[in-house]
Design a protein around this ligand. Structure first.
Ligand code: BGC
Length: 244
Protein backbone atom coordinates (compact mmCIF):
# COMPACT_ATOMS: atom_id res chain seq x y z
CA UNK A 1 0.00 0.00 0.00
CA UNK A 2 1.13 3.52 -0.76
CA UNK A 3 0.43 6.76 1.06
CA UNK A 4 1.40 10.32 0.16
CA UNK A 5 3.56 11.66 2.98
CA UNK A 6 4.00 15.40 3.48
CA UNK A 7 6.32 17.24 5.86
CA UNK A 8 5.27 20.81 6.67
CA UNK A 9 8.48 22.55 7.73
CA UNK A 10 9.42 26.12 8.55
CA UNK A 11 11.16 26.69 5.22
CA UNK A 12 9.80 24.01 2.89
CA UNK A 13 6.77 21.78 2.45
CA UNK A 14 7.96 18.46 1.03
CA UNK A 15 6.07 15.43 -0.18
CA UNK A 16 6.64 12.01 -1.73
CA UNK A 17 4.72 8.79 -2.15
CA UNK A 18 5.78 6.21 0.42
CA UNK A 19 5.55 2.44 0.34
CA UNK A 20 4.31 1.80 3.85
CA UNK A 21 5.42 -1.85 3.83
CA UNK A 22 9.07 -0.97 3.28
CA UNK A 23 9.14 2.62 4.53
CA UNK A 24 10.76 3.73 1.29
CA UNK A 25 10.01 6.62 -1.02
CA UNK A 26 8.63 5.40 -4.33
CA UNK A 27 8.83 8.81 -6.03
CA UNK A 28 11.23 11.74 -6.01
CA UNK A 29 10.35 14.22 -3.34
CA UNK A 30 8.73 17.47 -4.37
CA UNK A 31 9.40 20.62 -2.36
CA UNK A 32 7.55 23.91 -2.31
CA UNK A 33 8.69 26.92 -0.26
CA UNK A 34 6.64 27.45 2.89
CA UNK A 35 4.53 30.58 2.35
CA UNK A 36 5.15 33.47 4.71
CA UNK A 37 3.09 33.98 6.75
CA UNK A 38 2.30 30.26 6.95
CA UNK A 39 -1.44 30.76 7.47
CA UNK A 40 -3.88 27.82 7.26
CA UNK A 41 -5.23 29.18 3.95
CA UNK A 42 -1.81 29.60 2.31
CA UNK A 43 -0.50 26.24 3.54
CA UNK A 44 -3.68 24.38 2.52
CA UNK A 45 -3.19 25.71 -1.02
CA UNK A 46 0.32 24.21 -1.06
CA UNK A 47 -0.99 20.87 0.26
CA UNK A 48 -3.55 20.83 -2.56
CA UNK A 49 -0.79 21.71 -5.05
CA UNK A 50 1.38 18.82 -3.81
CA UNK A 51 -1.53 16.37 -4.06
CA UNK A 52 -2.12 17.57 -7.60
CA UNK A 53 1.57 17.31 -8.44
CA UNK A 54 1.47 13.59 -7.59
CA UNK A 55 -1.98 13.26 -9.17
CA UNK A 56 -2.90 11.57 -5.90
CA UNK A 57 -6.32 10.28 -4.88
CA UNK A 58 -5.39 8.05 -1.93
CA UNK A 59 -4.61 8.64 1.71
CA UNK A 60 -2.38 11.50 2.81
CA UNK A 61 -0.34 11.71 6.02
CA UNK A 62 1.03 15.11 7.04
CA UNK A 63 3.57 16.03 9.72
CA UNK A 64 2.97 19.52 11.08
CA UNK A 65 5.17 21.62 13.39
CA UNK A 66 2.57 21.77 16.14
CA UNK A 67 0.70 19.74 18.70
CA UNK A 68 -2.15 17.93 16.92
CA UNK A 69 -4.64 16.22 19.19
CA UNK A 70 -7.83 14.55 17.95
CA UNK A 71 -7.42 16.28 14.59
CA UNK A 72 -7.18 19.77 16.12
CA UNK A 73 -4.07 22.01 16.11
CA UNK A 74 -3.30 23.17 19.65
CA UNK A 75 -0.04 25.14 19.34
CA UNK A 76 1.75 27.33 16.80
CA UNK A 77 5.30 28.15 17.99
CA UNK A 78 6.76 28.73 14.51
CA UNK A 79 3.68 28.97 12.32
CA UNK A 80 0.92 31.53 12.04
CA UNK A 81 -1.05 31.76 15.30
CA UNK A 82 -4.33 31.39 13.39
CA UNK A 83 -3.57 27.65 13.16
CA UNK A 84 -4.57 27.21 16.79
CA UNK A 85 -7.97 25.55 17.03
CA UNK A 86 -8.12 24.54 13.34
CA UNK A 87 -9.77 21.16 12.72
CA UNK A 88 -6.92 20.36 10.38
CA UNK A 89 -7.81 16.78 9.33
CA UNK A 90 -11.39 17.71 8.49
CA UNK A 91 -10.48 20.91 6.68
CA UNK A 92 -7.70 19.43 4.56
CA UNK A 93 -9.78 16.35 3.72
CA UNK A 94 -12.63 18.59 2.56
CA UNK A 95 -10.33 20.85 0.57
CA UNK A 96 -8.44 18.09 -1.22
CA UNK A 97 -11.01 15.30 -1.47
CA UNK A 98 -8.38 12.90 -0.03
CA UNK A 99 -8.42 11.28 3.39
CA UNK A 100 -5.91 13.42 5.31
CA UNK A 101 -4.44 12.69 8.71
CA UNK A 102 -2.03 15.02 10.47
CA UNK A 103 0.44 14.34 13.25
CA UNK A 104 3.18 16.33 14.98
CA UNK A 105 6.28 16.45 12.73
CA UNK A 106 8.70 15.06 15.34
CA UNK A 107 6.28 12.22 16.11
CA UNK A 108 6.20 11.49 12.38
CA UNK A 109 10.00 11.42 12.04
CA UNK A 110 10.16 9.20 15.11
CA UNK A 111 7.67 6.67 13.71
CA UNK A 112 9.85 6.31 10.60
CA UNK A 113 13.09 5.88 12.54
CA UNK A 114 11.68 3.54 15.19
CA UNK A 115 10.24 1.12 12.61
CA UNK A 116 12.73 1.34 9.74
CA UNK A 117 15.67 3.46 10.83
CA UNK A 118 18.15 4.15 13.61
CA UNK A 119 15.77 3.09 16.40
CA UNK A 120 14.54 -0.15 14.86
CA UNK A 121 16.72 -2.46 16.96
CA UNK A 122 16.80 -0.46 20.18
CA UNK A 123 14.97 -1.57 23.31
CA UNK A 124 13.87 0.80 26.07
CA UNK A 125 13.66 4.53 25.61
CA UNK A 126 14.53 6.20 22.31
CA UNK A 127 14.56 10.01 22.25
CA UNK A 128 14.44 11.63 18.81
CA UNK A 129 14.86 15.33 18.08
CA UNK A 130 14.09 17.15 14.86
CA UNK A 131 16.35 20.14 14.67
CA UNK A 132 15.45 22.87 12.21
CA UNK A 133 13.45 26.07 12.62
CA UNK A 134 12.46 24.75 16.06
CA UNK A 135 13.33 21.67 18.10
CA UNK A 136 10.78 18.90 17.95
CA UNK A 137 11.00 15.96 20.35
CA UNK A 138 9.53 12.51 20.63
CA UNK A 139 10.07 9.61 23.00
CA UNK A 140 9.38 5.94 22.31
CA UNK A 141 9.33 3.31 24.98
CA UNK A 142 9.81 -0.16 23.54
CA UNK A 143 8.52 1.27 20.23
CA UNK A 144 5.44 2.84 21.83
CA UNK A 145 5.03 6.48 20.94
CA UNK A 146 4.46 9.10 23.63
CA UNK A 147 2.76 11.72 21.42
CA UNK A 148 2.95 15.51 21.39
CA UNK A 149 5.86 15.98 23.77
CA UNK A 150 6.99 19.57 23.46
CA UNK A 151 10.37 19.26 25.14
CA UNK A 152 11.93 21.82 22.79
CA UNK A 153 10.05 24.34 24.90
CA UNK A 154 11.52 23.27 28.24
CA UNK A 155 13.26 26.19 29.86
CA UNK A 156 17.03 26.16 29.71
CA UNK A 157 19.35 29.09 30.43
CA UNK A 158 16.29 31.29 30.95
CA UNK A 159 14.76 30.62 27.55
CA UNK A 160 13.22 27.69 25.74
CA UNK A 161 15.72 25.09 24.54
CA UNK A 162 14.72 25.68 20.93
CA UNK A 163 15.57 29.38 21.22
CA UNK A 164 19.03 28.32 22.40
CA UNK A 165 19.90 25.38 20.18
CA UNK A 166 17.67 25.13 17.09
CA UNK A 167 19.40 25.22 13.71
CA UNK A 168 17.64 28.52 12.99
CA UNK A 169 19.55 29.99 15.98
CA UNK A 170 22.85 28.87 14.41
CA UNK A 171 21.89 30.61 11.19
CA UNK A 172 20.44 33.74 12.79
CA UNK A 173 23.40 34.27 15.12
CA UNK A 174 25.89 33.16 12.52
CA UNK A 175 27.37 30.59 14.93
CA UNK A 176 30.12 28.27 13.72
CA UNK A 177 29.30 24.55 13.77
CA UNK A 178 31.62 24.26 16.75
CA UNK A 179 29.82 26.99 18.68
CA UNK A 180 26.43 25.63 17.78
CA UNK A 181 27.54 22.04 18.50
CA UNK A 182 28.50 23.07 22.03
CA UNK A 183 25.04 24.50 22.57
CA UNK A 184 23.40 21.42 21.12
CA UNK A 185 25.48 19.20 23.38
CA UNK A 186 24.33 21.18 26.41
CA UNK A 187 20.73 20.74 25.35
CA UNK A 188 21.25 16.99 24.90
CA UNK A 189 23.04 16.74 28.26
CA UNK A 190 20.05 18.39 29.88
CA UNK A 191 17.66 15.89 28.26
CA UNK A 192 20.00 13.06 29.23
CA UNK A 193 19.90 14.11 32.86
CA UNK A 194 16.11 14.38 32.84
CA UNK A 195 15.12 11.33 30.78
CA UNK A 196 18.04 8.87 30.67
CA UNK A 197 17.19 7.45 27.24
CA UNK A 198 18.99 4.49 25.67
CA UNK A 199 19.56 6.36 22.42
CA UNK A 200 19.30 9.88 20.98
CA UNK A 201 18.44 10.18 17.29
CA UNK A 202 19.06 13.52 15.61
CA UNK A 203 16.66 14.31 12.76
CA UNK A 204 15.82 17.37 10.70
CA UNK A 205 18.17 19.33 8.44
CA UNK A 206 21.22 18.92 10.72
CA UNK A 207 21.03 15.11 10.52
CA UNK A 208 22.97 15.33 7.23
CA UNK A 209 25.66 17.49 8.83
CA UNK A 210 26.54 15.41 11.90
CA UNK A 211 30.22 15.30 10.96
CA UNK A 212 30.37 19.08 11.38
CA UNK A 213 29.41 19.02 15.06
CA UNK A 214 29.98 15.43 16.18
CA UNK A 215 33.22 16.41 17.95
CA UNK A 216 31.28 18.65 20.33
CA UNK A 217 28.97 15.86 21.47
CA UNK A 218 30.07 14.42 24.77
CA UNK A 219 27.44 12.28 26.49
CA UNK A 220 27.14 8.82 28.01
CA UNK A 221 24.14 8.08 25.79
CA UNK A 222 24.85 7.27 22.12
CA UNK A 223 23.80 10.00 19.66
CA UNK A 224 23.18 8.98 16.04
CA UNK A 225 21.75 10.75 12.98
CA UNK A 226 18.35 9.75 11.61
CA UNK A 227 19.03 7.07 8.99
CA UNK A 228 16.39 8.56 6.72
CA UNK A 229 17.90 11.99 7.30
CA UNK A 230 15.47 14.71 6.34
CA UNK A 231 13.04 12.25 4.70
CA UNK A 232 12.06 10.74 8.05
CA UNK A 233 9.24 13.29 8.43
CA UNK A 234 7.68 12.45 5.07
CA UNK A 235 7.98 8.70 5.61
CA UNK A 236 6.67 8.76 9.17
CA UNK A 237 3.71 10.98 8.29
CA UNK A 238 2.69 8.30 5.78
CA UNK A 239 3.41 5.40 8.14
CA UNK A 240 1.25 7.03 10.80
CA UNK A 241 -1.79 5.92 8.85
CA UNK A 242 -0.90 2.31 9.62
CA UNK A 243 1.34 2.32 12.71
CA UNK A 244 -0.97 3.93 15.20
C1 BGC B 1 6.89 22.97 17.86
C2 BGC B 1 6.81 21.46 17.79
C3 BGC B 1 7.54 20.95 16.57
C4 BGC B 1 8.95 21.51 16.52
C5 BGC B 1 9.69 21.11 15.25
C6 BGC B 1 8.33 23.39 17.79
O1 BGC B 1 8.44 24.78 17.83
O2 BGC B 1 6.31 23.46 19.05
O3 BGC B 1 5.47 21.05 17.78
O4 BGC B 1 7.58 19.56 16.61
O5 BGC B 1 8.93 22.92 16.59
O6 BGC B 1 9.07 21.56 14.11
Amino acid sequence: MEVLGIDFGGSGIKGAIVDIKTGELVTERHRIETPQPATPEAVSEIMAELIQHFDWKGKVGIGVPAVVKNGVVLTAANIDKSWIGQTINKQLSEKTGCEVECINDADAAGIAEIHFGAGAKVKGMVFLLTVGTGIGTVIFIDKHLVPNLELGHLEFKKKSIELYAADSVRKRKDLSWKEWGKRFNKALAYYEKMFNPNLFIVGGGVSKKMEKFQDQIDLDTPVVPAEMENNAGIIGAALNLVYK
